[in-house]
Write a protein that binds this ligand. Structure first.
Ligand code: MEV
Length: 423
């Protein structure tokens, strides 16, 4: 039987599900039940989610957690986090509490410029092209007036349009490099609409526009977040050694890309969780952040650490293009709720909160890695999950937790200990 279909998108949701379960599953009913189990019984709410994308057949849940006790620039926050990874929210909560008694996090937005480009080919004299651009530059602003009107009222809009000669990298390749201020919106639609209007006006018989699109590389949309305290306030049995190993761990991630990728992945554990909870585009944030981590030509750590005159300082500097209005932030009830929980931040405030979540996550990871090792905490969680899966009673659970307090956890070892208990 063929497993391809024409006109899938035209089928009703029920017909889509029927075709899929009958074509790809041996137990069609069970697959159908699972899909239906995750479909919301509130018809309106389900329709809202159906319309976010195409060919929706169910919902895919991720846990929505909260890390309380963050203090950022003196203001208190409970931070919403959506992630499937255990320990991320616990780590954020512990670190938030830890730094709340040491002055909290300090954060500042360094710049908020966003970028879009019209990529085009021109097989002629550059001076002529430059003249054509100079003559038409004002007109390029004018053709976006209708699109930028509201944004300009809010203090944003197009900042500049530049002609860039890229022919040393690719024959005949030029671009209009456009910078934007999109205020509290992420601004993807706004930027792309402006670019297409500009491209339409700019093209002529000798200018072949290839494409017009925003860039998710935003090295001028930067936020910095920091924590610091006296080394002895790190409350560890040997704070000097601890601080030194911590600093070395960051230095290693600065010079060794293999480590840097994992180091930054841990940072993104915190960042993505808040970005998703607030209805922002985590793929845009991810690609932009990794490009920013490579801006020196080598992939490096997004965080830095310094120990000077007995003061431990740890900070992150990261590019983040975020919005608190428009897009999913207005549509998804939980994204809206997240923003309310964060006390309705501006995009700049959200940049600070998200950067702090990344820094906190990295602090937790490096603290664990340079002391007990990462598996210590993970294995504790793993143990609880296995015990739950086995269906252990309360007293059996306590017994097993005690048993494994000083023993290596593995699935088979837990099953064996459980079976012994049962006998
Ligand atoms: C796991 O999701 C993240 C870590 O690997 C980050 C790191 O190694 O720094 C623990």
């Amino acid at each position: 039987m063929t497993k391809t279909i024409t006109g899938f998108s035209k089928l009703s949701k029920e017909e889509k599900i029927d075709w899929l379960v009958n074509t790809f599953f041996t137990d069609a009913q069970s697959a159908k039940n699972t899909l239906n189990q995750y479909t919301n019984s509130d018809k309106k709410l389900q329709e809202l989610h159906d319309d976010f994308i195409e060919n929706t057949i169910s919902n895919y849940y991720l846990p929505y957690g909260v890390a309380p006790n963050f203090v950022i620039n003196g203001k208190e926050y409970a931070v919403p986090m959506v992630t499937e990874e255990s320990s991320v929210v616990a780590a954020a909560s512990l670190v938030a509490k830890f730094w709340s008694t040491r002055g909290g996090f300090k954060a500042e937005v360094l710049s908020t410029k966003k970028i879009g480009q019209v990529h085009f080919m021109f097989d002629g004299d550059f001076d002529e092209l430059q003249d054509y651009f100079d003559t038409n530059k004002n007109r390029l602003f004018e053709v976006t007036e209708a699109i930028t009107k509201n944004m300009r009222k809010r203090g944003g809009g197009i900042l500049d349009i530049e002609l860039r000669n890229k022919t040393s990298e690719l024959k005949n390749y030029y671009q209009l490099h456009v910078t934007f201020d999109t205020q509290d919106s992420m601004g993807a639609n706004f930027i792309n609409s402006c670019l297409e209007a500009i491209a339409n006006e700019f093209k002529n018989d000798s200018i072949q526009v290839v494409m017009s699109i925003l860039s998710n590389y935003v090295p001028e949309c930067i936020v910095r977040a920091e924590v610091s305290c006296k080394v002895e306030e790190l409350y560890h049995e040997n704070p000097e050694l601890y601080a030194q190993k911590f600093e070395q761990a960051v230095q290693i991630a600065n010079v060794e890309p293999h480590r840097a990728v994992t180091h930054n992945k841990g940072i993104m554990n915190g960042i993505d969780a808040v970005v998703i909870a607030t209805g922002n585009d985590f793929r845009a944030v991810e690609s932009g952040a990794h490009a920013y981590a490579s801006r020196s030509g080598t992939y490096r750590s997004l965080t830095n650490c310094e120990i000077k005159n007995g003061i431990f300082k740890f900070w992150i500097e990261i590019s983040l293009a975020l919005g608190t209005v428009g897009g999913l932030t207005a549509l998804h009830p939980l994204a809206k709720l997240s923003l309310q929980l964060l006390q309705n931040p501006s995009a700049k405030e959200l940049m600070k909160i998200v950067a702090v979540a990344g820094l906190a996550q990295n602090f937790a990871a490096l603290r664990a890695l340079t002391t007990t090792g990462i598996q210590h905490g993970h294995m504790k969680m793993h143990l609880s999950n296995i015990i739950k899966q086995l269906g252990a009673s309360e007293s059996e659970t306590t017994n097993l937790l005690n048993h494994f307090a000083d023993k290596q956890v593995s699935h088979s070892a837990v099953v064996e200990a459980y079976n012994n208990l049962k006998q």
